[in-house]
Design a protein around this ligand. Structure first.
Ligand SMILES: *Cc1c(COP(=O)(O)O)cnc(C)c1O
Length: 409
């Protein structure tokens, strides 16, 4: 499988962390922090050189001018999420962007004030949404609705999500869901959730932290209102790399929408008139939500990383390999057939991404520690789940086979 893999050469373009024996670890933690592309060092050094040599002039004179650096990220990002370039902007970090989107799209009224999200959601999302509710003088006890797995199940049934939307249709202001759940690896039916919410005039947004660079997305066609994501997981852009946001064209061009603004969301023609222009005139695109000047050192690795996704041919070939890689992983784990652990990730390849979540029934922490000791990099989530994500850009079938062998032993 590795020799037949059309993407096999990409592994060479990454630094592979090594274990005590000096050999590369089986790195299945790309859902947490993607590996470093070798090109990242070069682009960051280039910008350091620009700073050293050009100082303030690098804003306009650098190869990729700093002033409009975010524009260089726009098209490759749009391709990954299935958006028009004017619908995306790379800025800030994920949770900050979630707050910015909620500031625009969560406008609770007396009758419509509820938010639907999934449980378990990533804690940052829960904190963000709960404090948004409090920020509007409301109580999460009344305003927050959680879609949960049924008793004895681990993943959330689409029908249950759609039922909740219908049941609370008149009171829901926002549906804010994950694309791929961080804990179970479940890929939600984003298209159906959007359609159901919009049918009832409910704003619908997604946190794509575990979905971008992992599964194909069509945010524009599916008609999502907004989305946010980070870039350090499957996008391999490095720790704290600059995140992104999607605002559908029908909102992005609406300069009347309320928002939390800063100078980089303002029309570039008047931006530099500074104190002479106290009136905020938003750019009629997702850029209108940008607040500050682009953080170049946190953006440069993203530029390098996005180029690799384009070079690989986009999400389609990556997803094709991912199906095989994770499918093989699942097959091997099923073959071991141990009563000591089971998979809580959906068995349907269309309902998951790269990650498998392995529930350990006995001594879960010890099992995880032994995997680590054997040279596997995966993580542990309380109370008993080991998450392992073979990623199609740099992992191999042989690594999957070795992981399964270590697990069996
Ligand atoms: C990784 C992740 C985050 C992290 O948020 P930051 O603002 O980047 O620290 C938030 N939400 C989800 C769903 C995540 O998977």
């Amino acid at each position: 499988m590795d020799t037949q893999d059309p993407l096999r050469d990409f592994r060479e373009q990454f630094y592979l962390p090594v274990g005590k024996d000096g050999k590369p670890l089986i790195y299945f933690a790309g859902n947490s922090l993607g590996l470093m592309p070798k090109a990242a060092r070069q682009v960051v050094e280039e910008e350091l050189d620009n700073w050293a040599k050009l100082g303030v002039d690098a804003h306009h004179a650098a190869g990729t001018p700093w002033y409009s650096y975010h524009e260089a990220l726009r098209e490759p990002t749009a391709r990954l999420v299935g958006a028009k370039p004017t619908e995306v902007v790379c800025m800030n970090s994920l949770t900050v962007n979630l707050h910015l989107m909620m500031a625009t799209f969560y406008r609770p009224t007396k009758s419509r004030f509820k938010i639907l999200m999934e449980e378990p959601a990533f804690p940052s999302d829960t904190y963000a949404i709960k404090t948004q509710i409090v920020h509007h003088g409301l109580d999460a006890k009344d305003a927050l609705i959680l879609a949960r797995p049924r008793k004895g199940e681990f993943t959330i049934r689409t029908e249950d999500i759609l039922d909740l939307i219908k049941k609370h249709a008149d009171q829901l202001a926002v549906v804010m869901f994950g694309g791929v759940n961080f804990f179970t690896g479940q890929l939600f039916d984003v298209k159906k959730i959007i359609a159901a919410a919009r049918e009832h005039g409910i704003i619908v947004g997604f946190d794509l932290a575990h979905a971008i660079g992992n599964v194909p997305l069509k945010l524009h066609d599916w008609n999502a209102d907004f989305a946010v994501w980070c870039s350090y997981k499957y996008l391999n852009a490095g720790p704290g790399a600059v995140a992104g946001a999607f605002v559908h064209e029908r909102h992005a061009t609406n300069t009347k929408l309320p928002r939390l603004a800063g100078w980089f969301g303002n029309d570039p023609n008047t931006r530099f008139r500074l104190h002479l222009e106290p009136e905020f005139i938003p750019v009629p695109s997702a850029d209108g939500w940008q607040i500050s000047n682009p953080p170049i050192f946190a953006m440069a690795p993203l530029l390098a990383s996005l180029a690799m996704f384009d070079e690989a041919g986009g999400m389609e070939p990556l997803r094709a390999k991912s199906f095989k890689l994770t499918g093989y992983f699942e097959f091997l784990i099923d073959q071991i057939g141990s009563k000591r652990f089971s998979l809580i990730t959906p068995a349907d390849p269309n309902a998951r991404g790269a990650q498998l979540s392995i529930q350990a029934h006995e001594h879960p922490k010890q099992l995880h520690e032994e995997l680590i000791a054997a040279g596997v990099k995966c993580d542990f989530r309380e109370p008993n789940v080991i998450r392992a994500a073979p990623t199609p850009l740099y992992n191999t079938f042989h690594e999957v086979w070795r992981f399964a062998k270590i697990l069996a032993e």
